[in-house]
Design a protein around this ligand. Sequence first.
Ligand code: SF4
Ligand code: SF4
Length: 129
Amino acid sequence: MHGFCGCVAIKKKNISECTPILEVNFKKQKEKLESLLLPTAGAEETGMIVHPDLCTGCGNCVVACPVDVANDPKGAAIGCAPTSDKVIFRVVDGKVVASNIKECRRFGKNRVLCYACIDPCPTGAIEFV
Ligand code: SF4
Ligand code: SF4
């Protein structure tokens, strides 16, 4: 996909404001771009629930969360005990406990609809409401 201003990609402008992409020749590209941007546009602020009855403490979410990886590369990111208090997930007594929720990529001005913790959870214990 090329020929469109980067303002759409970085969300400075809406697709409807991008004159070239509104041309009939770019109909397919416009639909593709809309589908790519839709999840981001729909992201809502974090309302995370970890269901303790479902969590097995496997730790998949701990190592998968990009915030944990970035904030604790020598601990949570490699499946070890956290060495930073900025991690989101930590396993306590066999269950995951979530904290620092405002660090979650689903939260705040530049939020995105991240699924990195939900997808590898084998039991569906993580829910965003
Ligand atoms: S949604 Fe993404 S950033 Fe937020 S807790 Fe899950 S993996 Fe981490
Ligand atoms: S991936 Fe799911 S089951 Fe595993 S620790 Fe995280 S919430 Fe618990």
